[in-house]
Design a protein around this ligand. Sequence first.
Ligand SMILES: [Zn+2]
Length: 90
Amino acid sequence: MDTIFFLEGNMGIFDKQQKQPLIASYKMRGKKIVCPYCGSDKFEVRDVLLNTTAMTFLGFDWANKTASAMICTNCSRIEWYFNQPEFSND
Ligand SMILES: [Zn+2]
């Protein structure tokens, strides 16, 4: 199985009608997040609903939560975070 989530309705990360995305630097637990591929620290973040059916199937009881998809604005790599990253002013 290579898909454990799906992009739902207007929350789809490739939705062209999404309002202007916020591009910024972020940190998680005090550590700045940088792209593991290109080293950029500028990301566009989208909240994506996790797949209830798949999560239930896999035995998770926290289904229906959202995860944060961090899209590198330089190379377009996507990093996933279950918890919302914080803004970084560094
Ligand atoms: Zn990158």
